[in-house]
Design a protein around this ligand. Structure first.
Ligand SMILES: Cc1cc2nc3c(=O)[nH]c(=O)nc-3n(C[C@H](O)[C@H](O)[C@H](O)COP(=O)(O)OP(=O)(O)OC[C@H]3O[C@@H](n4cnc5c(N)ncnc54)[C@H](O)[C@@H]3O)c2cc1C
Length: 339
């Protein structure tokens, strides 16, 4: 059996980030798809994070403003940090150049002690990282209830020819109940999406209604579930990063910045273990502490996510008025950008 120092399962935002920080040892990066071939997300994130990792050449359009549509009310939000939409395939290509891992296209199925079992054979490693997204394939093979299916959102989107200059979010039960819709411009096209906070997968009619409101018809669709409750980021000998560890933010469904942030931290800790600066246990403890350090903020956002569907009538008017106060918006944004 082939032996590696590190095996990373999943080569999207989280997996590529971990791999980018490991500069020594034998590393195997496994994904069931060609890297960058399977976009699931709207690919909207902060420009700073893309610059930090040298992937700014994947940017399609940048934004200094967003609009929150709550029913028929509009709240303009000037973004204190620039946001952008980017091309997923190009992003992965640029980011994948920054690691020296051996790449394997294979379906990972389970982990047993230090052996990762795939449809292309089994591979051993001292350190294993699960970055397989919400299914957390490896952790679930160790702990059957690792994924709580009640804490999953589900989103789909379609990219259509349409021009706009602002990122738009819609909290409107007439478009989707217990969820949110979005319109992310990409230049000559825009990504129209709907997401269900309660993990409802039958939301195609909602997407049709949403794009229909713009006089458009849906095209090719992509999407997936995503997990928004922080989970134990170390299970036995496994590190978990990104959606696998529930690191996508509740309410906004933002997981790209989070996956990159925790992926980089996890990769740097693994490098220290390889260098002998940390034992495995020390590294695991450090990552666990770091990955759970923002639990409080995740819980705040989760509470707002739960309350959003209750905002009707006078409560809605009050919420809109309150959020329209400039100082409130500034405070919220400051808190939000600190996570
Ligand atoms: C419709 C939608 C829109 C979204 N829009 C945004 C957005 O605009 N901005 C934002 O910040 N977040 C957004 N998100 C959330 C974001 O996509 C996730 O948080 C992010 O993708 C998590 O990254 P990840 O690397 O952990 O997991 P993923 O991106 O899900 O990657 C998992 C990787 O593992 C691989 N894999 C899975 N199973 C196996 C297996 N058995 N064997 C081998 N490989 C496997 C997959 O092929 C994939 O490459 C959106 C999510 C959805 C569903």
């Amino acid at each position: 059996m082939k032996k590696y120092d590190v095996i990373i399962a999943g080569a999207s935002f989280a997996g590529l980030s971990v791999a980018s920080r490991i500069g020594s040892g034998k590393v195997l990066l496994i994904d069931k798809n060609e890297i960058g071939a399977q976009q699931t997300s709207a690919c909207g994130t902060s420009i700073n994070i893309l610059k930090e990792i040298g992937c700014e050449d994947s940017i399609l359009k940048s934004f200094t403003a967003a609009v929150l549509h709550i029913k028929n009310k509009k709240i303009d939000i000037s973004l204190l940090e620039k946001y952008c939409t980017f091309n997923y395939k190009r992003f992965c290509k640029l980011f994948a150049r920054q690691n020296r891992a051996e790449i394997l296209k294979a379906n990972v199925k389970a982990v047993e002690d230090s052996v990762v079992i795939t449809d292309k054979g089994s591979f051993a490693a001292d350190i294993i990282v699960d970055c397989t997204g919400w299914r957390a394939i490896l952790a679930s093979s160790l702990k059957k209830d690792y994924v709580n299916r009640k804490m999953l959102s589900f989103g789909i989107e379609t990219e259509l020819p349409y021009k706009d200059d602002k990122l738009r979010f819609f909290a409107d039960p007439e478009i989707i109940k217990n969820g949110i819709a979005w319109l992310f411009p990409c230049g000559k096209t825009a990504r129209f999406g709907v997401g269900s906070y309660v993990g409802d997968t039958k939301i195609l009619p909602a997407l049709k209604r949403f794009v229909g409101g713009y006089g458009l018809k849906i095209g090719k669709i992509h999407g997936d579930h995503f997990c928004y409750c922080l989970k134990k980021p170390v299970v036995k000998n496994l590190f978990l990063v990104g959606c696998a560890a529930g690191q996508t933010l509740p309410l906004t469904g933002e997981g790209i910045k989070r996956s990159i942030h925790f992926g980089i931290e996890c990769g740097e800790i693994i490098q220290k273990i390889l260098d002998g600066a940390f034992s495995f246990e020390q590294g695991a403890k450090r990552y666990e502490k770091l990955a759970l350090s923002e639990e409080k903020y995740y819980n705040y956002l989760l509470r707002i996510q739960y309350k959003l569907s209750e905002l009707v009538g006078w409560k809605l008017n009050l919420a809109v008025r309150f959020f329209n106060i400039k100082l409130v918006r500034k405070w919220v944004w400051k808190k939000y950008s600190s996570i």
